[in-house]
Structures are given as structure tokens and as C-alpha cells.
Design a protein around this ligand. Structure first.
Ligand SMILES: [Zn+2]
Length: 314
């Protein structure tokens, strides 16, 4: 089963915690412990690009965390499925223990500190604190992009940012026009709307009363209005709850989020819908578990292709 992976609210929660802690700090040195983290770049190139740089800001775009550096470069990190960032304060015993165990070559220490077992990269800051990237499944990664590379890198991967005010009902209708993909898959496509994953797609569609198998292009303006409202309300509540911790996600301080207790449909198969009382169902869409209420989430009729052609000819 695919775990509840970090989405916009989880990454933004980390960003909000991280920025005040690291802004203005110099990265003393970097240790990449897993070459997959920087692939296709060799770890040494990434370590070298980061060492000695001052952190100017920490931004976010979609599910990317962007550490802005004083030479104009950006460290872009993606947590993927099971990545976590942890900030270890200066002189924390775990860091000291780990360094000691490395010196002694004693992997046994990991058994008492499970987060250390999945350590993939560590940034040592000039005050002695350490930023750890841990990742059990190893799909997360970090890439250093030069000032003239970052915009292209992000714009080819990411569409509209849903909480920026750029996501309007008209804009959503334009993005969805002609798309025959089910709404659930449409919402997961980062190149159209950035930051939404499996959890918040289900919650947003429930709020909008739209069935996940509805074809995206069959929405009319009123549905796009409902869906924008559903997306924004879902993401804002999740931010307030500091994200969802179904499986691995923890915030910068290792704390669980609280959004999993607020889910209206996600993971609620067999429970009663809070809005209409119908039993919540689970289906699989694009290989992802999808939860919805068959009682109050409408499946819109696909717009016939014939009529669209006739309009185009006029
Ligand atoms: Zn319902």
C-alpha cells in the first residue's frame, strides 16, 4: 500500500518551522550518505556546492522545499513518499552519539534511534545544529540548481499554486477543458495544479460534492467554483492542523500532524458520511486508494465530443 505521502500542507508546515531556524545560518558542511539522494549528480558535487553558503530564505513551490543560498543557487528538496526533515539542535545527544558510533563503526546505535537508520543527508550549520533528511523508501532527493536553472526546473514540473490566489474558477475550468481524465487523477497531476496528493484530492472532491470518477472536462463553471473552494478549504485546514500523519510524516521537530483526525472521507471506508449518512466507499483510481461518498458526490455526465466539434466548426 502507498503510504500517506507529504503534500503541500506537510511541506509548508516544515517550511514555516524551518525558515526562522536556519535563515542567515551558514552551511558548514554537508554529508550525503546515500548517492540516490543526489542522483544523477554525484554526492560530492552537491556537498561542495552547499558548503560555505549562507541560507537566505526557505521557500516552497508545490511539494518542493527550496533553500535559497547567498550565491543565487537553490537547494530543491522533495520528500516523495517517506522523506522527513528533522532539525537537531546544537549538541543534541543523538548527533553526538551518532558521530561517536561512526567513529567506532558501530551500526548498532541505529536500533535505539530508528530515525538515524534512514538518514540520507545531513547539513551541519555554523551553530552546530544539523538538518537531517531521513527517508525509509529512498525516493526523496535533493538537487542544487543555479540561479538561471531554477525557474525552468520548477515551471516544467509544476502548475498553478493553489493557495496563491492564482487558482480561480475560470482558470480551473480552462485547465480542465477537454480533459477526459477522472477528477481524482486530474488533481494529482502536479503540472496542472501543484501540491495536491492522494489525501487532499479526496477531501477536496468531497467538499465540492464531486465524484472522483467524473471526467475533469465535464465540469461547468459552478463545479469549478465548488472545487476551488474545496481545494482551498481543505489545504487551509490541513495547514492549521500541521499536516496529516497517517504513516511516516513528522514535522521538523519530529511531531505528528493532526489532520488525520479531521478527514471527512479519506481512509473512512465503511463509515457514515457526515453530510448525508451514506456509507463511504473506496475505489482505486490510477492505482491510488480513493475514498468518496456515493450519496452526495455527483458524477457529472461527460460532455459529448460530437457537440464540441460542432461548436468548433462554427
Ligand atoms: Zn454523503
Amino acid at each position: 500500500m502507498i503510504p500517506g505521502v507529504p503534500e503541500l500542507p506537510e511541506v509548508e508546515t516544515i517550511r514555516r518551522q524551518l525558515e526562522p531556524e536556519v535563515r542567515g545560518r551558514v552551511i558548514a558542511r554537508v554529508e550525503v550518505l546515500d548517492e540516490r539522494w543526489t542522483r544523477p549528480e554525484p554526492p560530492a558535487a552537491t556537498e561542495e556546492a552547499l558548503a560555505g553558503r549562507r541560507i537566505e530564505a526557505v521557500d516552497r513551490r508545490g511539494k518542493y522545499l527550496l533553500v535559497r543560498l547567498d550565491d543565487g543557487a537553490t537547494l530543491a528538496m522533495h520528500l516523495r513518499m517517506t522523506g522527513n526533515l528533522l532539525l537537531r539542535p546544537p549538541g543534541s545527544s543523538l548527533v553526538a552519539d551518532l558521530m561517536e558510533s561512526e567513529r567506532l563503526g558501530a551500526p548498532r546505535l541505529y536500533e535505539s534511534h530508528p530515525e538515524a537508520r534512514h538518514l540520507r543527508a545531513r547539513l551541519v550549520l555554523d551553530d552546530g545544529s544539523e538538518l537531517w533528511f531521513t527517508d525509509a523508501r529512498r525516493f526523496g532527493h535533493g538537487v542544487v540548481l543555479a540561479a538561471d536553472e531554477i525557474d525552468d526546473y520548477l515551471s516544467t514540473r509544476l502548475g498553478v499554486e493553489p493557495l496563491s490566489g492564482e487558482l480561480t474558477p475560470d482558470g480551473l475550468c480552462a485547465i480542465a477543458a477537454g480533459r477526459r481524465a477522472p477528477l481524482k487523477s486530474f488533481l494529482l497531476d502536479q503540472a496542472r495544479i501543484a501540491g495536491i496528493g492522494n489525501i487532499y484530492a479526496d477531501e477536496a472532491l468531497f467538499r465540492a460534492r464531486l465524484h472522483p470518477l467524473t471526467q475533469a472536462g465535464s465540469m461547468k463553471l459552478e463545479h469549478c467554483e465548488d472545487l476551488v473552494d474545496g481545494i482551498v478549504a481543505t489545504l487551509e485546514l490541513a495547514l492549521e492542523m500541521r499536516g496529516s500523519s497517517i504513516d511516516d510524516y513528522r514535522d521538523l521537530r519530529g511531531q505528528r500532524g493532526g489532520m488525520q483526525d479531521e478527514f471527512l472521507v479519506h481512509t473512512r471506508e465503511g463509515e457514515h458520511c457526515a453530510r448525508c449518512g451514506e456509507t463511504i466507499r473506496r475505489v482505486v483510481v490510477s492505482g491510488r486508494s480513493t475514498y468518496f461518498c456515493p450519496g452526495c458526490q455527483r458524477r457529472l455526465r461527460a460532455r459529448p465530443r460530437r457537440r464540441r466539434r460542432r461548436v468548433a466548426r462554427r
